[in-house]
Design a protein around this ligand. Structure first.
Ligand SMILES: Nc1ncnc2c1ncn2[C@@H]1O[C@H](COP(=O)(O)OP(=O)(O)OP(=O)(O)O)[C@@H](O)[C@H]1O
Length: 261
């Protein structure tokens, strides 16, 4: 299988701090990855690299066969779908939901011309429907609930039919129903063989959709473990990553973690 993303001894330094420290990781076509680690571990930094929105200080990053530093990132970015709260912050509050999705086809976050291709509008609508927010298409984006915004964000990330999909904490701020709905939709997407390779950052093992194939655990910018999900999401490795004794329960393909009493 082809490499979709490859990090080779990647370090990202800001001031005297290494946000990522000698990280090597390869994601192949068809794989579904989850990235976990404590606050400040470097998860978002990793996704920013994968989205061609940051360059490494040391090491090499190759995305879809193109090496960062040797490629025009503006040509590469539409091939990678990114959904993150930071990106969501760039969508103007008054932007209509449909436009918030359509504009991804043009690599912008605000509607900047009156007429978009009908094809793009149809695709945006189809994606909004798929993510259960089709009825909101005319609402201003800023008025949506957190859960609705998350789904619109994912629809937006899929707009360009990306070869790599990156979701940064898609379950953040969702209520129980919203989280379960998201997990079900991601499970469905993960099972689709024509869906892009995926990397999902999450804080909670409960949010890991069944069917995800790989996991990476980060701590202080370094990888604790990376590889097949059952080898990585273990009580022992989660305990090491989070610095506390963790008990893990697996039930119906879902995982549940608590502190060991
Ligand atoms: N420009 C910067 N200069 C200095 N430190 C930074 C900079 N950007 C991020 N950091 C720090 O780098 C570390 C990693 O940040 P990152 O956002 O990648 O972590 P994260 O694992 O996504 O955290 P969280 O779970 O809290 O979202 C954090 O300690 C953060 O404060």
């Amino acid at each position: 299988m082809t490499d979709v993303l490859s990090l080779d001894s990647v370090t990202v330094t800001r001031g005297s701090k290494n946000l990522l420290d000698a990280v090597s990781l390869t994601v192949k076509e068809g794989e579904r990855w989850v990235v976990m680690g404590p606050n400040g571990a470097g998860k978002t930094t990793l996704l920013q690299l994968a989205a061609a929105r940051m360059h490494p200080s040391k090491g090499t990053v190759s995305i879809l066969g193109e090496q960062l530093g040797k490629v025009d990132v503006f040509e590469l970015r539409p091939r990678v779908g990114l959904a993150s709260t930071a990106l969501m912050g760039h969508i103007p509050a008054e932007e209509k939901v449909l436009d918030a999705v359509v504009t991804a086809a043009y690599g912008v976050t605000g509607r900047w011309r009156e007429e978009y291709e009908r094809f793009d509008e149809r695709r945006a609508f189809m994606l909004l429907e798929q993510w259960g927010v089709g009825t909101l298409l005319s609402r201003p984006f800023g008025q949506l609930s957190e859960g609705e915004k998350k789904r619109v964000q994912i629809a937006r990330a899929l707009m360009t039919d990306p070869e790599l999909l990156l979701l940064d904490e898609p379950g953040g701020g969702l209520d129980l129903g919203g989280r379960e709905d998201l997990v079900a939709r991601l499970t469905h997407l993960a099972k689709n063989p024509s869906a892009p390779a995926m990397i999902v950052v999450t804080h909670h093992v409960e949010e890991v959709p069944p069917g995800f194939t790989h996991a990476a655990l980060l701590k202080d910018g370094a990888l604790v473990a990376a590889g097949e999900i059952d080898d990585v999401l273990t009580a022992e490795k989660l305990s090491e990553t989070f610095g506390m004794a963790i008990e893990l329960r697996v039930d119906g393909g879902r995982r549940f973690a608590t502190a060991r009493a």
